[in-house]
Design a binder for this molecule. Structure first.
Ligand SMILES: *[C@@H]1O[C@H](CO)[C@@H](O)[C@H](O)[C@H]1NC(C)=O
Ligand SMILES: *[C@@H]1O[C@H](CO)[C@@H](O)[C@H](O)[C@H]1NC(C)=O
Length: 483
């Protein structure tokens, strides 16, 4: 009788829940990034990074003239952050290290012990509360010092990043078991003025993006090998990279549209994933950039070549692929753009648009959860059933409302798409991460776009955090393992 009653109750309480649940080894987390939350921009010996420099010299770069000088003040409020994580019940917390908090000038010759202490405190507090740290080494806040010699466009960047990675593994790798080298290198390489703190006066478009990509990939591989050779045996963790992927769905079943969508995926995701998995750029990218370069009068392709040694060094440098997914497009074939000024966009070619029936988010992008499922399926098929961790997905609004029903609706749909990918498509995806733990500094949007599960009151010195309704929702997903 008692059993029957609870069965009826269960049924009536959750009649709309999907039949599938998250497997026991599937993990849930939330993410942040150093510049977006920490503040303490010059505290205790921290050096200047490109975002400090950019927002200080050009305050109107952000739409609300704001900067990350204080942000969520997590440099001081990290204990409260950990309590919020504990309240959510997450398995892990994805955060990033501020390179110049640890190495003020960016170089390995000077270590800032106060910065190291900050991360030691945070990591220890996480572990004491049963939360795994998942650390991004580079989430866009490059040392400003590097701008003087061209940053990512100077191959010396590879060694500078490798040295920084080695120091991080050495300092924190006894407790950190999941490492992400770069967050969204595509964004870094395409919005170069913002992310390098310099104006592109040296290289033309259509050249600079590929030089940057080339160096970041080599830097990633270098860090991976350092971990393999010097740390893996004792520390036994995983090293991967996080790539952003906006899903490209063919606009029709016509073969030219199917091809166009695949071309776009290869230019946007394959450009980074293919070298790491297979040792070289995707065939379609190599061919198209070579072809267009030739017609533009370049003596050789604008896409740099990896030497055979470099290819061997790149191949297989991942223990997982990190996926950041927010948005989807319909893609169709378009006529070849005129030759002339080179550009990455012309290399990509194709045309993209959105389905008017897709619901809008409150900022940039649409709600199209099938795009997440298809991204996961495509990565599985294209990259040998690799282990995938969803390292970001989330919903932006402009108000930071505590009654964030639209965020809950978004998360439910994308979590459901993840369940479909696991159970229907047998994708090897083992983690889901909400961007973000709390409202924070959203780059050029300043504080006007809010992704948080927690609201932050940026008008008070206390930067008061308040749980939104979505905290309750995400906590229940983690606990009950259904959407
Ligand atoms: C999950 O997705 C499936 C397939 O699209 C759908 O039938 C089901 O209603 C969805 N469940 C929820 C809770 O959205
Ligand atoms: C933004 O600030 C810079 C530097 O102060 C100035 O040169 C520029 O004209 C400003 N732009 C706008 C749109 O106000």
């Amino acid at each position: 009788m008692k059993l029957l009653l609870s069965a009826i109750l269960l049924y009536t309480i959750s009649p709309t829940k999907s039949q599938w649940s998250f497997p026991d080894d599937f993990k849930f987390g939330v993410a942040t990034a150093a510049y977006q939350i920490e503040g303490g921009w010059n505290a205790d010996g921290k050096g200047v990074n490109v975002w400090d420099h950019l927002t200080h010299t050009n305050p109107n770069f952000t739409i609300d003239n704001s900067n990350g000088d204080i942000a969520c003040d997590s440099y001081h409020k990290w204990q409260e952050d950990v309590q919020m994580l504990k309240n959510l019940g997450v398995d892990f917390y994805r955060f990033s290290l501020s390179w110049t908090r640890i190495l003020p000038q960016g170089f390995a010759s000077e270590i800032n012990t106060a910065g190291v202490q900050y991360y030691n405190n945070l990591i220890d507090e996480l572990i004491a509360n049963g939360i795994e740290p998942c650390v991004t080494l580079f989430h866009w806040d490059s040392p400003q010092m590097f701008s003087s010699f061209g940053g990512y466009y100077n191959p010396v960047f590879v060694d500078l990043f490798a040295n920084y990675a080695r120091i991080a593994f050495k300092l924190f790798g006894d407790r950190v078991k999941t490492w992400i080298t770069f967050n969204e290198p595509k964004v870094v390489c395409q919005d170069y003025n913002e992310f390098m703190g310099l104006v592109n006066e040296v290289y033309p478009n259509g050249v600079i993006e590929y030089l940057c990509t080339h160096d970041l990939l080599k830097a990633h591989a270098e860090a991976y090998h350092i971990y393999d050779n010097e740390f893996r045996a004792q520390q036994n963790g995983k090293v991967g990279i996080t790539l952003n992927f906006e899903w490209s769905e063919p606009a029709s079943v016509k073969s030219e549209d199917v091809e166009a969508a695949e071309q776009r995926r290869q230019f946007e995701f394959g450009l980074f994933a293919s070298p790491i998995v297979y040792g070289n750029y995707p065939e379609v990218v190599i061919k198209r950039v070579a072809h267009r370069s030739k017609r533009e009068g370049f003596p050789h392709s604008r896409l740099p070549k990896f030497t055979l040694t470099e290819q061997l060094k790149l191949k297989g440098t991942y223990d997982f692929i990190g996926l950041n997914h927010y948005n989807s497009w319909l893609v169709k074939a378009s006529p070849e753009q005129p030759f002339g000024e080179p550009s990455y966009d012309k290399d990509v070619g194709t045309e993209r648009f959105v389905d008017p029936s897709w619901e809008d988010t409150e900022w940039d992008g649409k709600i199209a959860p099938f795009g997440l499922q298809n991204s996961l399926k495509w990565i599985k098929a294209t990259y040998k059933n690799s282990l995938i961790l969803i390292t970001e997905n989330g919903y932006p609004d402009k108000t930071g409302t505590l009654e964030d029903n639209r965020r809950i609706n978004f998360l439910r749909q994308y979590l459901n798409a993840t369940l479909q990918a696991i159970h229907q498509d047998q994708v090897n995806v083992k983690a889901y991460t909400v961007w973000s733990l709390m409202d924070n500094f959203e780059w050029a949007q300043g504080f006007t776009v809010k992704f948080g599960l927690y609201n932050v009151d940026f008008t008070t010195n206390e930067r008061t955090r308040t749980a939104k309704k979505s905290v309750e929702y995400y906590r229940s997903v983690i606990k009950d393992r259904v959407v």
